[in-house]
Write a protein that binds this ligand. Structure first.
Ligand code: PAP
Length: 318
């Protein structure tokens, strides 16, 4: 039987996705892939946040798996030693599931999240303005990670293209996908609107939204980002832990090199069909320069400059 949500979906504007086969749908100002749109709407309508909940919000390819690993490890470090943490044998995406893309994605079942132990830790790729009211209005905490759009574009393009053999039609070329990106028609985008939503929320309420940047974390040899993260999450590192190098150990455990080397992240597939290994490609700042021409980079930089003007937010791309 056709539901009210099915009817809503049919009425939404749609465009062909970069894979050349599936569609993206425009819902409340943002574009969502056909495989994710139902979960986004269901999550928005049905999820009830608790004041003790912790969330990771991000745009795809902003460092989600990295932050999931860091948050899970930091919050649970008293429960699991760093040598026998579940992170060593479980994908970060299973330790911290997406509300929109995993838990609420099943059309026929509303997930029972009541029995998750406190603090519950969940992730989302949904924009701040679209979050359920209980997430925006309660005292729950949201960590947002962002990344420079040039690297995000290249990372996501690789992610889509590596699955293209499974699709009926050939994927869009890099140039065609880039054109859609710069025209702000792409999965979960417009990215600037998502970033600005969380940026403004973090300025208005810094105790509720912590805004992190991938590039700053990458170059932070003193692990100050981790100190800030732990304080924000309500589990600061003690002076003894700082002295004993626990922040460095957590950082090393969750590093790109270590996560990529783990068997669990090298084998098997997600329910969505993406191989686990696809989430650990290069983990570098500036890889875009190997793929985009200077004029393409300029075009994207101009868009970002225009959209972020006056916000106080900027990206480092190298
Ligand atoms: P998702 O949003 O689809 O879950 P996400 O984890 O945000 O993906 O992003 C994957 C990117 O983060 C990949 O970037 P790349 O394609 O430019 O290489 C991946 O390599 C990178 N990444 C994964 N883990 C880490 C990490 N520990 N440190 C730094 N970058 C990482």
């Amino acid at each position: 039987m056709e539901t009210e949500e099915d009817q809503l979906l049919q009425a939404l504007p749609r465009e062909r996705n970069w894979d050349g086969t599936s569609y993206i749908f425009q819902y409340q100002g943002f574009w969502f892939p056909s495989w994710g749109i139902h979960g986004v709407i269901s999550f928005q309508r049905r999820f009830q946040a608790r004041a003790t909940d912790l969330f990771l919000a991000s745009f795809p390819k902003y460092g989600t798996a990295w932050l999931k690993s860091l948050i899970f490890t930091t919050v649970n470090r008293a429960r699991y030693g760093l040598n026998d943490t579940p992170l060593l044998i479980t994908s970060p995406h299973d330790l911290v599931p997406f509300l929109d893309l995993d838990l609420f994605s099943n059309k026929n079942q509303i997930p029972d999240l009541e029995h998750h132990p406190n603090p519950r830790i969940f992730a989302t790729h949904t924009a701040y303005s679209l979050l359920p009211a209980s997430m925006r209005d309660s005292c729950c905490r949201i960590v947002y990670v962002c990344r420079n759009p040039l690297d995000q574009f290249i990372s996501y393009w690789h992610f889509v293209v590596q699955r293209s053999k499974e699709y009926v039609a050939p994927p869009l070329s890099l140039e065609e996908s880039f054109d859609m990106y710069c025209n702000e028609i792409h999965s979960f985008g417009p990215f600037c609107d998502q970033v600005l939503g969380y940026w403004k929320a973090s300025l208005e309420n810094p105790n509720k939204v912590l805004f992190l940047k991938y590039e700053d974390m990458k170059e932070d040899g003193k692990f100050q980002y981790l100190k800030k993260l732990a304080e924000f999450l309500g589990c600061p590192f003690s002076a003894d832990e700082e002295r004993d190098g626990v922040m460095e150990q957590v950082s090393r455990l969750c590093s790109f090199e270590n996560l990529k080397s783990l068997e669990v992240n090298n084998t098997g597939k997600r329910k969505s069909g993406s191989p686990n290994s696809a989430f650990f490609r290069k983990g570098k700042v500036g890889d875009w320069a190997n793929y985009l021409t200077p004029s393409m980079a300029q075009r994207l930089n101009n868009l970002v400059e225009e959209k972020l003007a006056g916000s106080g937010l900027s990206f480092k791309a190298s």
